[in-house]
Design a protein around this ligand. Structure first.
Ligand code: F0G
Length: 450
């Protein structure tokens, strides 16, 4: 296998192991101890800009495909492979929308609430940031076939990227657990789609065995290279705030890849002297899939310098198994009870002085309708951020004058059924059902005026 750069290694996150491996290897767990791996850089060997605003120069050279990419225009901060392997389909052309109307709704001052709209990515979710990086690594290691378990968005994104670089791809999804917009993309983009009678956690377990038995490249977020791509979401927020950091980042929590990646990015930026202050982070679960909330808030599980108390996790999962528990939420993207990035996420919470909470499906649906009404539409999991923000404001954890960036992870059209049902069946206070009318001009005019 080729080793094309000497700027990065893969390193086990367990401080008692800390084994290092070449980036030319395809590993998704530490072969020594089974823990997660990080991509770690030798910053002395990377030409990192001396200030964040230096990246702005790339705007002028955006006819270069790497400078156009919202991931690779920050490539010095994820320098694990040679340019010749870098894959891009134009991901990361996203916007950070200042939304004063929604700010008012959630009791924030004007100029304080921002929506980072990842629905604008080619496959309609934030996953494309991660896939650009993961498929670059896949090319670097010469992979021919890729696979993932998915609640939908990973599969859509994998399929579009696999096609773009000529890899085969297989998706494992839980039967009946995936929104139609996403399933339609996976099929349309040519993924070999296998529906398992089980939930996401079952699929996640199976896909790891499938990949190691068949030598297939795994693109779930336990792949450390994928998280390198997702770090850039934070860079684009900083970019759009005129190279300043916000006070808070709010992100939905599912498999906990995003939160892990964001925490890693901020600690690297701080280490490099590119930012002075690390924002705080709030991670929002759905109450029907709230493993992180329970472990962090009730069982007080902490990063603890990398020595996470494994027995607390083991007991928690043993109890889920004993109860035959399967998570349930209308936000199917985050319907996950055994998040693979749990430990990295605990590290991110430590780095960002983070908080965690869970919101109900009702709160998610109302918040989703408000995002739709006052700004950019989004899918249910993304709206958990706004639902969470309402709690954080009510509890005084976030001040009305703090600058908050909510990551809207997926496009509204990913899950049209949830939206249609909310409005047509008048499920919440913001339901806006269509009004029936006869095919008659007078009646239509009367209805418009009423
Ligand atoms: N929001 C959306 C729209 C998602 O699709 C996901 C995850 C998340 C949030 C949670 O992100 O895992 O980084 O905490 N979707 C995965 C999938 C699991 O298979 O598409 P996370």
């Amino acid at each position: 296998m080729s080793k094309d750069t000497d700027t990065a290694v893969q390193k086990c996150i367990n401080p008692d192991c800390a084994a290092e491996f070449d980036c030319g290897r395809s590993l998704f767990k530490c072969p020594e101890c089974g823990e997660l791996l990080d991509v770690v850089y030798d910053w002395d060997k990377v030409e990192v800009p001396s200030k964040m605003s230096d990246f702005a120069a790339r705007w002028a050279t955006r006819s270069d495909r790497l400078d156009f990419s919202g991931v690779w225009r920050f490539r010095e901060l994820l320098d694990f492979c040679d340019d010749k392997y870098k894959v891009t389909i134009g991901e990361g052309q996203t916007i950070l929308q200042q939304n004063d109307d929604l700010a008012k709704q959630v009791d924030m001052q004007p100029g304080c609430l921002y929506l980072q709209y990842e629905g604008l990515n080619p496959s309609g979710s934030f996953k494309d940031n991660g896939m650009a990086a993961a498929f670059s690594h896949a090319k670097m290691v010469g992979a021919e076939s890729s696979a993932c378990a998915s609640t939908g968005n990973t599969s859509a994104s994998m399929a579009i990227y696999a096609h773009s670089c000529g890899l085969k791809c297989t998706v494992l999804i839980g039967s009946g657990r995936i929104a139609f917009g996403k399933l339609s993309q996976a099929m349309d983009f040519g993924a070999h789609t296998i529906q398992i009678r089980g939930d996401f956690d079952d699929c996640m377990r199976q896909v790891q065995d499938v990949c190691s038995k068949l030598g297939i490249y795994l693109v779930n977020s336990m792949n450390p290279f994928r998280l390198e791509g997702q770090k850039t979401i934070m860079l684009r927020i900083i970019e759009q705030l005129g190279w300043e950091v916000p006070d808070w980042i709010i992100v939905p929590g599912g498999n906990l890849g995003n939160s892990s990646a964001f925490g890693k990015m901020f600690s690297e930026l701080k280490e490099l002297g590119l930012i002075e202050q690390i924002p705080r982070m709030a991670i929002i679960n759905a109450t029907g899939a709230d493993t992180l909330t329970d472990l962090f808030n009730n069982k007080k599980l902490r990063w603890n310098g990398g020595r996470v108390e494994q027995s607390i996790i083991d007991e928690f999962y043993a109890d889920l198994t004993a109860r035959n528990f399967s998570p349930h939420t209308c936000a199917s993207a985050i319907e996950i009870s055994r998040p693979v990035n749990l430990k990295k996420c605990l590290r991110a919470l430590d780095v960002c002085n983070g908080v965690v909470l869970a919101v109900t499906d009702e709160e998610i649906l109302d918040a989703k309708a408000q995002v739709g009404m006052y700004g950019l539409g989004c899918e249910p999991a993304s709206a958990a951020t706004i639902a969470g923000l309402k709690h954080l404001r009510a509890d005084g954890i976030i001040g009305a004058d703090e600058r908050v960036a909510c990551v809207l992870t997926g496009h509204a059209l990913k899950d049209p059924n949830v939206t249609v049902n909310y409005h047509k069946e008048k499920q919440g206070q913001f339901s806006n059902p269509p009004v029936e009318a006869a095919n008659d001009l007078e009646e239509i005019i009367r209805l418009i005026k009423s």
